[in-house]
Write a protein that binds this ligand. Sequence first.
Ligand code: F6R
Ligand code: MG
Ligand code: MG
Length: 365
Amino acid sequence: MKTTISVIKADIGSVAGHGLAHPALLKKCEEMLGTAKEEGLLEDFYVTNCGDDTELIMTHRQGEENEEIHQLAFNSFMEATKIARELKLYGAGQDLLSDTFSGNIKGMGPGCAEMEFKERPSDPVVVFCMDKTEPGAFNMPLFKMFADPFNTAGLVIDPSLHNGYTFEIFDVLESKKVELSCPAEMYDALALLGSIGRYVIKRVTRNDDGEIAAAVSTDRLNLMAGKYIGKDDPVAIVRSQSGFPAAGEVVEPFTFPHLVGGWMRGSHNGPIMPVGQNQAYPVRFDGPPRVMALGFQIADCKLVGPNDMFDDPAFDLTREESSRIASYMRRHGPFEPHRLPADEMEYTSLPGVMEKLETRFKDMD
Ligand code: F6R
Ligand code: MG
Ligand code: MG
């Protein structure tokens, strides 16, 4: 019998401004998922939030892309949105692009990462949630976990990891995908993965046997809606230990606060800061972008945990470095590379400015 983990998230309203999801929203989602557990649709669940995003972590036997599971997530977000509207929370229901469910939550606004596998005798899983950034923010850390021997010692010294992993990479602009096997095709993979706004890792599988190792939400809300209505803050599920990177190798890439797109108005580069759940509240200039890591053991489709993995003094230095980089980046104000290039900004006044100045632009001599 196989186990499926579905992590489905949406920003359905927050306090103050695009800050923190309100506890009443989490409570409503817990009630809805609790009923589904009693009825046998879900085996287990855990509801949390990373900043203004409400995350539903669910285990079940229904497989990936299951209509009932997606509908359950959608209905939970819809019910919680009613409360968000009553409380006049900021951005109430902002990630729900439609009020009628049409079979699959993909393309309807919420982000979704799912994986199905046969449980090992002991199966540790880490769920990562990011706020104020985009799915490509996972490219570097996932590459390091599964392809960089300077991060993951097991790639070199553990025979069960030694044959490497394959990355399924989505081109989110052209809606195409490609699989690249590492280490053999590492340079080709990096040629794509460096473009974090366009090429994003969707899945990672083990070369030895095709076993699923990681899955990421890649929904680009801004493109789906045809206009900007909210940042597509991503989630990822990563399996660890015994044939996968150790839990410590899975979190190690986040000791480097790499620069990601997002932050204020989804239009700035800033350092990602690894934080415990109680610090997943991006305040300064709506940031800097945050990532939290919840570690679970999966036991007969039940969630044991979570452990709040970045709530660890070993990440204090990274947080400090991230704060320093945030200050350095902020000093650029409206200049690149703090502000994103014009074609990647989620908000832009440039077309209006260009229109106004059109007649004043003269040919250069
Ligand atoms: C970024 C984000 C916030 C908002 C900003 C402006 O993903 O959610 O930084 O973009 O607070 O929000 P509005 O336009 O709603 O005032
Ligand atoms: Mg918001
Ligand atoms: Mg958010």
